[in-house]
Each structure stands twice: as C-alpha cells, then as structure tokens.
Write a protein that binds this ligand. Sequence first.
Ligand code: CMP
Length: 138
Amino acid sequence: ATNRTFTMIKPDAVANGHTGAILDDIIKGGFKVIALKYTRLSEDIAGQFYGIHRERPFFKDLVSFMSSGPIVAAILEKDNAVEDFRKLIGATDPSKAEPGTIRNKYAKSIDANAVHGSDSDENAEIEGSFFFTAFERF
Ligand code: CMP
C-alpha cells in the first residue's frame, strides 16, 4: 500500500554538503516529497523528538549532535515507504550499511549517520506531525 515515512538529513550530512545528493537519491529511489523544511533543532526539541531513547546511554550525545547544526526534515510517500526507505538508507551503523546505501555513501559514524528514517508506520505519523502541520503537506 502507498504510505508515508519521515526523514531528517542530519547535521553532519548538511554540513558536509550532501543535502542535494541525498534528496536526489531519495527522489530517484521513487519517493515523493510531501513536506520539506530546513531548520535547526534546540536541545529541548531534539530531546522531545528522540524522547523514546531517553534512557539509552547514547541519548545525551544524540541530542547534542542533532542540535549542533541545521537539518532538513521531510515527509516522503511511496508504496511500502517505511521499509523501502530503511533499505535505501542502510544500517544505523554506517560501517554495516550495504554499498550504495545513503549511510554507506555519506555517513561517518553511528551518531553522525547522515539520515534518520522512521521505524514504523505509527512512528512515521508521530514524527511527521511533530514537524509539519496539515498546511505544510502537499
Ligand atoms: P536514528 O535513526 O536517528 O535514531 C536514533 C539515533 O541514535 C540513531 O539513528 C543513531 O544515530 C543514534 N545512535 C547512537 N548510538 C546508537 C546505538 N547504539 N543504537 C542505535 N542508535 C544509536
């Protein structure tokens, strides 16, 4: 079924000039851009977004990294969007990401891993709604 996922191009990939190449990979991968925003997260907002990881040992570093510079947020649409997007970006740890995947090409470490992708339809809706109102979706 056609459904949606949510992504962020993270501060490392934006700072390293990969925004255009990553959006191109996403669009060529068959995803339609429904919403798009260039912004910077405060530590408070990053902590809210990643609240599900609050008790994890990497939480503090994750929040500090994600608020370290601007990001690009997007809602994407495709058949089987969540699963297909996770295939396109590759494993969370870029050293384990398949050749040709976005993280394999553009990421340096498990924290600076270039992109976020939702892990379920339910979280895709929660994360997309965190960033975008109904008037920002096309
Ligand atoms: P993301 O998909 O944005 O969701 C949470 C992020 O935490 C993840 O990508 C990684 O960048 C980061 N992270 C750091 N360490 C770990 C870890 N051990 N397991 C999972 N995610 C981690």
